[in-house]
Design a binder for this molecule. Structure first.
Ligand SMILES: NC(=O)c1ccc[n+]([C@@H]2O[C@H](COP(=O)([O-])OP(=O)(O)OC[C@H]3O[C@@H](n4cnc5c(N)ncnc54)[C@H](O)[C@@H]3O)[C@@H](O)[C@H]2O)c1
Length: 248
């Protein structure tokens, strides 16, 4: 894939899936805007690696995407630096798991604010530029949990399912301007987010995966870069599961 001359912004790119996605875009020759929220050192390491991997230029930018002003500043910084943002990946996400009966207001709000409102904040800010350019590729990282639900993750499932409705609606709004909006729904991917789970939960989940293995961040990045590239220009409003068949 050749993304020479393109610029990709990836939220929550200091580790995990976001890191793999940022490096995949770098490998395809795109300039990359790497967003992080807390770990500046990890962000810098990804930025350095992106340059080694093939990105002509990189911008590292701190922002909490759940805050509209910070999300807008992130987008503006990318536009100021590169003159354009062609590809945006709304990847930033958190979990605050609990059974509904025990879920605190702040755990509900935090997950909805980062995972769903964060994508809205970034998308609203970037669309202005994409509409003017009459080009754009937006990829939202949803989850298999948004498709099938999960006990103990009602807040996360609601946010990730919401992201799918958001994706389809925005795809309809901006399709006429050559902007595509798609979602990727990863299954069980080996990252910091899933590291905490007990062996028992892992064994149970693995038994539900037709391909018989957990996914890697690179498995997800491969599909995200396809959707962010020129070749996917006639694909919009879709949800592509990258889950080893979990959601079949
Ligand atoms: N790991 C999985 O199995 C899995 C499965 C399905 C979906 N996902 C989704 O993939 C995305 C990446 O997850 P991951 O597994 O790499 O987890 P991760 O915890 O390693 O990465 C999440 C990233 O988001 C960043 N982030 C959190 N809050 C933020 C905020 N307010 N502003 C900006 N950045 C913020 C974190 O700093 C981190 O870099 C998430 O949206 C997650 O819900 C993961």
């Amino acid at each position: 894939m050749n993304l020479d001359g393109r610029t990709a912004l990836v939220t929550g790119a200091s580790r995990g899936i976001g890191r793999a996605v940022a490096l995949a875009f770098a490998g395809a020759g795109a300039n990359v805007v790497i967003n992080y929220v807390r770990n500046a050192r990890a962000g810098q390491e990804v930025a350095d690696e992106a340059l080694r991997t093939g990105a002509p230029r990189v911008l590292l930018f701190q922002a909490d995407v759940s805050r509209p002003e910070e999300a807008a500043n992130l987008v503006q910084a990318g536009v100021d630096e590169f003159g354009r943002l062609d590809i945006v990946v709304n990847n930033a996400g958190i979990t605050r798991d609990n059974l509904v009966m025990r879920m605190k207001d702040e755990d509900w709000d935090a997950v909805l604010n980062v995972n769903l409102k964060g994508a809205f904040n970034i998308t609203r800010a970037v669309l202005r530029h994409m509409l003017k350019a009459r080009y754009g590729r937006i990829v939202n990282i949803s989850s298999v949990i948004g498709l099938r639900g999960n006990a103990g993750q009602a807040n996360y499932a609601a946010a990730k399912a919401g992201l799918i409705g958001f994706t389809k609606s925005v795809a309809r709004e901006v399709g006429s301007r050559n902007i595509t909006v798609n979602a990727v729904a990863p299954g069980f991917i080996l990252t910091e987010m899933t590291k905490e789970l007990s062996q028992e939960v892992r064994d149970r989940m693995q038994a539900e995966i037709p391909l018989g293995r957990f996914g890697t961040a690179d498995d997800v990045a491969a599909v995200v870069t396809f959707l962010g590239g020129e070749a996917a220009g006639y694909v919009t409003g879709q949800v592509i599961a990258v889950d080893g068949g979990m959601a079949i």
